[in-house]
Design a protein. Structure first.
Length: 320
């Protein structure tokens, strides 16, 4: 029997902080994480995508949360072929980045610098693994990163450098799961014990359909990005526009049986909401907990099963 974890992809998002979800008087990082952890037992750290965390960050996160709370880390964007502003590099690394390249990608950097940056990132997150508080490292690839045979070597390298930590891969172009590419891609994930990340997102010509493949022995991941089709089609749409979507109970319920069926296998099932605009992700995650038979909140943030509560008691709208 698997273990279910439901949470969101940030606890510090500006929209959430300004939404009023945090009680009056909770205004600092310690208080917000502590309050979040009283409602959920897992979270995805999004800030690590924009900059490598400080080496003491993991210890502070652990100290502010219950013993069973798990952190999932979105890896620094450079390691997933995104272009990262030079200002987001550690100070010691900026000097080695060509001045002419304002937003370098991985391929713009010398191999020695790539290795040094990964080592710095690895040191920052490894304490979470050592303390039993790491769920997975998320490698979210850019939409333009299409399937090619040569890209498979990158996935194998990801598995190699992450060990002993667990890693999950989210592809964002449907070429990875079309025709013969799908089997080749999934075979590599299974061979390397990398989790395929299932997604709920707008249906466009290039986006990934809501398929769910189990490829890792340690568990599986499902991420909700919202279904704001028009914003995803709009050139230059802001992050708030793209992810500004509040799921209905009916839309959440459509995933219920699929999530519960995944619990029939060993390992953890992570269900994370990335529609981080206002308090949408929080509200939807709490609603999903109820749909799946979990208490919406406990003093320790544990997602406990409960009996005797009918799902339709919560069908009128998201749980607050």
């Amino acid at each position: 029997m698997g273990e279910l974890r439901v949470g969101t992809c940030s606890w510090t998002d500006k929209g959430l902080v300004g939404s009023g979800w945090y009680p009056e008087g909770i205004r600092d990082a310690r208080g917000r994480l502590g309050y979040y952890a009283s409602r959920f037992d897992t979270v995805e750290v999004d800030s690590s995508y924009y900059a490598i965390p400080r080496e003491d960050a993991a210890y502070r996160w652990v100290a502010r949360t219950p013993r069973n709370f798990l952190f999932n880390i979105k890896v620094f964007g450079l390691f997933t072929y995104h272009r990262v502003p030079r200002a987001h590099f550690p100070p010691w690394a900026r000097e080695a980045v060509p001045v002419s390249v304002e937003r370098p990608s991985l391929e713009d950097l010398p191999l020695a610098l790539r290795s040094a940056l990964w080592e710095r990132f690895h040191r920052a997150v490894l304490p979470l693994h050592s303390l039993g508080r790491l769920g997975y490292l998320l490698f979210q690839l850019p939409p333009w990163f299409r399937f090619e045979e040569r890209r498979l070597a990158y996935l194998r390298r990801v598995a190699e450098v992450c060990r002993p930590m667990k890693a999950a891969v989210e592809v964002r172009h449907r070429s990875w799961i079309e025709e013969t590419a799908q089997q080749t891609f999934l075979d590599v994930l299974r061979q390397e014990n990398l989790a395929y990340v299932a997604v709920d997102e707008p249906e466009l010509s290039w986006t990934v359909p809501p398929h769910w493949f189990r490829t890792a022995s340690w568990g599986t991941v499902l991420r909700f990005h919202g279904r704001n089709v028009e914003a995803w089609k709009k050139p230059g749409a802001s992050v708030a526009e793209r992810f500004g979507y509040n799921y209905s109970m009916e839309e959440l319920r459509s995933w219920k049986e699929r999530i519960l069926s995944e619990l029939g296998s060993e390992g953890r099932v992570f269900v994370l909401f990335n529609n981080c605009a206002a308090d949408f992700a929080i509200r939807n995650a709490l609603s999903m907990k109820v749909l799946l038979g979990l208490l919406p909140a406990t003093s320790a943030g544990e997602q406990m099963r409960f009996e005797g509560m009918e799902e339709n008691e919560f069908s009128s709208g998201p749980v607050s």
